[in-house]
Write a protein that binds this ligand. Sequence first.
Ligand code: HEC
Length: 176
Amino acid sequence: MRATFALLLLLGTACSRPEPGSGPEIAALRAELASLKLAQANPGSTAPPELGQQMLELQIRHARLWQAGQAQNWMLTQFQLAELRESFSGVVEQNGDHAALQPKRLAEVMPAFTDPALRQLQDAVDAQDGPKFEAAYDELSKACTDCHEASDHGFLVIQRPQTPVLDNLRADLPSP
Ligand code: HEC
């Protein structure tokens, strides 16, 4: 009787244990290992920039876009939007397989979240439409936050800037 009970207990724990090799943590570790192996196999190759660094750049560009749009300086807004799009492309190109999104690919998840809002922003800026710009901007901020949630960084919540981060670049001049 006792032996049967012990056997049942053993079977129970064996069944409740997650399958080896599954789960997001394992997938993330695998991706990290793959990138380490790649770096080791190509010692001359340069490591991609830190994703956190690229995010700081996105944060600054996101803020500067708002200042330009608020000033209705459409020339500067076009410029800031183009720079922001370039920064997004850089992240996709250089950190497309980052561990944070594994087993999904950052290269697919990032554009899926942000492309619709970036298109709306482009339309608003082309039309020099202030209210449309603001609505599209909020969509983009939401896309940033949604992607943070999707990568277990839901505590990073992006909003409209309340004050300029960098006020050494004038946004208040009329477009030439
Ligand atoms: C791929 C989905 C994704 C999108 C889209 C995204 N982020 Fe991130 N972001 C991340 C991840 C993952 C991290 C954590 C990076 C790390 O581990 O250092 C992060 C970190 C950050 C950080 C913290 C960086 C630091 O080191 O202090 C900021 C700020 C940030 N993101 C801003 C933004 C802004 C602004 C946008 C939109 C314009 C944006 N992010 C869009 C995934 C994303």
